[in-house]
Design a protein around this ligand. Structure first.
Ligand SMILES: Cc1cc2nc3c(=O)[nH]c(=O)nc-3n(C[C@H](O)[C@H](O)[C@H](O)COP(=O)(O)OP(=O)(O)OC[C@H]3O[C@@H](n4cnc5c(N)ncnc54)[C@H](O)[C@@H]3O)c2cc1C
Length: 463
C-alpha cells in the first residue's frame, strides 16, 4: 500500500487533505472541481454534522441521519482519492505524512483540517465518568447513559421500592451544554413520562454547572438572558461561577460541595487536534496553529491549517471555532491552491481577495423542542429568541445537512418527534453498566446518600 501512495516522480501536483469534516470536505470538493488531484484522509469513513450530534445523543435522530460516508459525498469526483486512515506524523522537510497503517503520502500542498477534541483540563480520568460529545460514538454512548439511568431506576424501584434521584449534571454552559440540558429535560418530561410504570421520569432534574459568570459566553447579553429564561421554563437549573474540582462515579465536587448525579456529561472545554503540534510551528494555549491571513503557518506556504485547528485573527479577534469559518476556510484554500496551480478558472472566477476573511452570518443554539437563541448577522442583523429562533434553527440545519437523503430523513424524524411525541431513536446499545451504580444484595443500583438526595434546584434564577 505504501508504495502505491508515494507520489515521487509524479508530474501532477498532489494535494493531501487530512480531515473530512466541514473544512476538509469543502477544500477537497473545491479543488476537485478545478481538476486538482486530491487525497482526502480521515480516520473515520464518514463526515459528521456535529451541530446535530446532541440530537443523536438525546435519541431524536439516528446516527445515519447526521453522518454520511465520505466516499459517497465525493463519489462524482474521480480526482479525489479517499483513504480511511489516521495521520500520525508529518515530516515538513520531506513534505510527507505518515499514516497509522504505515502508508506514507507525499504532498505538494498539505491541508490540515483535523478539528478539535474535548479537553478535561489535564484530568483525563474524568472522561470515563463524564463523556463529552464530539463523534457519533460519543453521541451513542451519551444516549446509552441517559436512557439507561431511567431503566436502572425503574428496575431498582421495582426491586427495592426506592430509586436514586434522577439528577443529570452537565458540566459546561456553552451551546453544547445548553442544548444537551434542554433536550434531557424534554425527553424526561415529554417523551418518557408515559413509558414507565414505577418511576416518574418527569421528576428528573437537570443542572448546568458553568465555571464562568455566564452561559453562552459568545452570545450578546440579551440572548444570554433569554436563554436563561428558556432553560428555567424547562426546569433546568443553571449554576454559574462553579468550578468543578472533582468528577466521581455518582457525584461531582465543586470545592467542598458535593452534587449527586445519576449521569454526568462533559461540555466544558475543547483543545485542538494534536496533529497541529507535529508541524513544529507556533500554537496557542489550546494547541491551535497560528496562521497568517493566507491560512499558512509561519515559514510554510505549502501547508494550510483550517477550521477548528487554526488560530486566525481578524479585526483583533480570534475567528470562532464553529462550522461556518471551517467551511469558508476550506473554500478559500481550495481557490488559493487552485490559483497557485493555475487551475482557478471555475465559474466563480479567480480568487477575489488575497487574504482570508471570515464572513459571519450568525450563531444559534436550541433550548429544548421549541425554543432557541439566534444572533443573525446576515442578510440582516437581528437577535431572536424563543419559537422564531427555533424555526430559523430548524430551517438552517436542514439546509446545511449534506445530502438529500439526510435532509429528508431528518425533516421526517423531527416532524414525528416534535409534533407527535414519537419514540425517536431511543435505543440502548452496549453495556448495561453506569459509573456509580453497582451490584449489592443482588440488586444493581445506587445506594446510600447518593441515591436519595434530589438536586437543590433552589430559585429559578442562576446562582
Ligand atoms: C456537539 C457539537 C455541536 C456543535 N454545534 C455547532 C453549531 O451549532 N454551529 C456551528 O457552527 N458549529 C458547531 N459546532 C462546531 C463545529 O462542528 C466545528 O467548528 C466544525 O466541525 C469544525 O470543522 P473542522 O473541519 O475544523 O473539523 P471537524 O468537523 O471536527 O472535522 C475533523 C475531521 O478530522 C478527522 N481527524 C481528526 N484527526 C485525524 C487524524 N489524525 N487523521 C485523520 N483524520 C483525522 C476527524 O475524524 C474529523 O472527521 C459543534 C461542535 C460540536 C462538537
Amino acid at each position: 500500500m505504501a508504495s502505491s501512495m508515494a507520489m515521487e516522480g509524479s508530474v501532477r501536483k498532489r494535494v493531501v487533505v487530512i480531515g473530512g469534516g466541514f473544512g476538509g470536505i469543502h477544500t477537497a470538493l473545491g479543488l476537485a472541481k478545478m481538476g486538482v488531484d486530491v487525497t482526502l484522509v480521515d480516520r473515520k469513513n464518514h463526515h459528521t454534522f456535529q451541530p446535530l450530534l446532541y440530537q443523536v445523543a438525546l435519541a431524536v435522530l439516528s446516527p445515519a441521519d447526521i453522518a454520511q460516508p465520505i466516499r459517497s459525498i465525493v463519489r462524482e469526483h474521480k480526482n479525489i482519492d479517499v483513504l480511511m486512515d489516521e495521520a500520525i506524523e508529518i515530516d515538513v522537510k520531506e513534505q510527507r505524512v505518515t499514516l497509522r497503517s504505515g502508508a506514507r503520502l507525499e504532498y505538494d500542498y498539505l491541508v490540515l483540517a483535523t478539528g478539535s477534541t474535548h479537553s478535561y483540563f489535564g484530568k483525563d480520568e474524568w472522561a470515563a465518568i463524564a463523556p463529552g460529545l464530539k463523534t457519533v460514538e460519543d453521541a451513542v454512548e451519551i444516549r446509552r447513559r441517559v436512557l439507561l439511568a431511567f431503566e436502572l431506576a425503574e428496575r431498582q424501584m421495582l426491586e427495592t421500592g426506592s430509586h436514586p434521584a434522577l439528577n443529570f449534571i452537565i458540566i459546561g454552559g456553552g451551546p453544547t451544554g445548553v442544548e444537551l440540558a434542554g433536550a434531557i429535560s424534554d425527553i424526561a418530561r415529554l417523551y418518557m413520562r408515559k413509558d414507565f410504570r414505577h418511576i416518574n421520569p418527569s421528576s428528573a432534574s437537570v443542572m448546568i454547572l458553568e465555571g464562568s459568570p455566564n452561559i453562552l459566553a459568545a452570545y450578546p447579553e440579551d440572548l444570554r438572558k433569554a436563554a436563561m429564561r428558556q432553560l428555567n421554563a424547562l426546569g433546568v437549573k443553571v449554576k454559574t461561577g462553579m468550578h468543578v474540582s472533582d468528577v466521581q462515579p455518582g457525584y461531582v465536587m465543586v470545592g467542598t460541595e458535593r452534587i449527586d448525579s445519576v449521569c454526568t456529561l462533559w461540555a466544558a472545554g475543547v483543545q485542538a487536534s494534536p496533529l497541529g503540534k507535529l508541524l513544529g510551528v507556533e500554537t496557542d494555549k489550546k494547541g491551535c496553529v497560528l496562521v497568517d491571513s493566507h491560512l499558512n503557518p509561519a515559514g510554510h506556504p505549502e501547508i494550510y491549517v483550517i477550521g477548528d485547528l487554526a488560530h486566525v485573527e481578524q479585526d483583533g479577534k480570534q475567528v470562532p471555532g464553529v462550522a461556518q469559518p471551517a467551511m469558508q476556510m476550506g473554500d478559500y484554500v481550495a481557490k488559493r491552491i487552485g490559483k497557485l496551480l493555475g487551475k482557478d478558472r471555475g465559474s466563480d472566477g479567480p480568487i477575489k481577495e488575497k487574504d482570508f476573511r471570515y464572513f459571519d452570518k450568525g450563531d444559534m443554539a436550541t433550548i429544548g423542542r421549541k425554543a432557541a437563541v439566534a444572533k443573525i448577522e446576515w442578510p440582516f442583523k437581528a437577535h431572536w429568541s424563543g419559537f422564531p429562533a427555533w424555526m430559523t434553527w430548524l430551517v438552517v440545519h436542514i439546509f446545511f445537512l449534506i445530502g438529500f437523503r439526510n435532509r429528508f430523513s431528518v425533516f421526517r424524524e423531527w416532524a414525528w418527534t416534535y409534533v407527535f411525541f414519537n419514540d425517536g431513536a431511543r435505543l440502548i446499545t452496549g453495556s448495561q453498566e453506569l459509573p456509580g451504580w453497582d451490584m449489592q444484595d443482588g440488586v444493581y443500583g445506587m445506594r446510600g446518600d447518593i441515591t436519595t438526595k434530589p438536586l437543590d434546584l433552589g430559585s429559578p434564577e442562576a446562582n
